[in-house]
Design a protein around this ligand. Structure first.
Ligand SMILES: [Zn+2]
Length: 246
């Protein structure tokens, strides 16, 4: 388990009991007060989420200092998690990944038809940081192209179907969000969407389009979303199980 403990010195001057979330370098740090814990505990949830369980009487300041001290440890674990995610099951909306070894000096990537072929040196370690980094770089390029071909067209179709108007669309490589919509109704979409099913992609696109009318996540927003997409709730649940790969 990815966990480190720290026994803090009790202080009674911190009365806040609410959870605090800090986003730093696209990584989300959630500080959660916990009655049962005696130590500050850091656990890595996924490639971009860190949870810090804080004893009820321990000031957030101390927990933050502790996290600061453990940054190297955190980054090391985050990187390992992130890099381990790509394997032979990886696929994009239109392409499959084919992994093999061969007489190559450095990892090599070729795309033919709907196959992304990845060849790494014989005797090399597929899960080594070096090989995984190269693979990730190549996959990023591949899904960037796919995203450019698919997302603008699909967003346009859906906006017409449900009668929404949006400003500009930008494709991004965020580490924490699938999409966002600004106050000027400009929409950002994550290129990692290309690794999801069509239904989930539509969910994110329609979700952002609904934000052109309802800016917050209050009842009006969810009602509007469900009018467009009756199974929005179950899609939202499914989306929560997905992570970013590149
Ligand atoms: Zn939203």
């Amino acid at each position: 388990m990815n966990l480190i403990d720290f026994l803090y010195k009790k202080e009674k001057n911190d009365k806040t009991k609410k959870a605090k979330t800090v986003i730093e370098n696209d990584i989300e740090y959630s500080y959660i007060k916990n009655k049962k814990s005696k130590y500050i505990k850091i656990s890595i949830k996924n490639a971009n989420k860190v949870r810090i369980s804080v004893p009820i009487n321990c000031p957030y300041r101390l927990a933050k200092d502790f996290v600061e001290q453990k940054k190297d440890w955190i980054y090391e674990h985050l990187e390992r998690l992130e890099l381990n995610k790509i394997d032979e099951n990886y696929r994009t909306k239109t392409d499959n990944l084919l992994i093999s070894t061969g007489f190559v000096e450095k990892p090599l990537i070729k795309k033919s038809g709907n196959i992304i072929q990845f060849i790494y040196p014989i005797g090399g370690d597929f899960y080594s940081n070096e090989v995984q980094r190269e693979l990730k770089k190549a996959l990023k390029k591949a899904i960037e192209i796919e995203a450019g071909e698919y997302l603008p067209k699909r967003l346009d179709e859906l906006s017409k179907k449900f009668n929404f108007k949006y400003g500009k669309l930008a494709l991004k490589n965020h580490k924490t969000r699938w999409g966002s919509c600004s106050f000027a109704n400009n929409i950002n979409l994550n290129i990692n969407l290309m690794t999801l099913s069509s239904d989930l992609i539509d969910y994110v696109l329609i979700h952002e389009l609904c934000h052109t009318v309802e800016k917050n996540h209050k009842e009006g927003f969810w009602n509007l979303l469900e009018t467009c997409l009756p199974n929005a709730k179950s899609l939202r649940k499914e989306l929560k199980t997905k992570t970013f790969t590149v």
